[in-house]
Design a protein around this ligand. Structure first.
Ligand code: SF4
Ligand code: SF4
Length: 107
């Protein structure tokens, strides 16, 4: 999606990342105040951020590749620490998927 250079393994900054964490399922808490049109319910009843057809959170500003509701973003998103364990894990998984796609692409 982005032509930006991928972050070095183990070290990243949100400004140079494809915001891969914004494809995760964000479960909303009672304390979150997210407009209804940005949320949905899963089949098992969880209240979550809605996703677009490509799997991105609908609050993502696709032009800027950042959160369009940053000031009021869900508590789960506030706790997601850049370069923390979940950040590293989701980036590693993303890199692995890209590597698999690249290896399947004819030269
Ligand atoms: S928190 Fe991690 S995965 Fe999310 S945008 Fe920042 S660097 Fe990327
Ligand atoms: S609410 Fe914002 S930070 Fe949280 S997943 Fe959506 S776009 Fe990303």
């Amino acid at each position: 999606m982005s032509a930006r250079k991928p972050p070095a393994p183990g070290k990243a900054h949100c400004s140079a990342c494809d915001a891969v964490c914004c494809r995760l399922t964000v479960v909303l808490q009672a304390s979150d105040h997210i407009p209804d049109h940005l949320t949905t319910h899963t089949a098992n009843g969880l209240h979550v951020m809605a996703k677009d057809p490509e799997g991105w959170c609908v609050a993502m500003d696709g032009a800027r590749m950042n959160c369009g509701i940053y000031e009021t973003r869900p508590s789960v998103c506030r706790r997601f620490v850049m370069n923390g364990p979940y950040c590293r894990a989701v980036r590693a998984e993303h890199d692995e998927q890209h590597a698999q796609v690249a290896s399947l692409t004819p030269a």
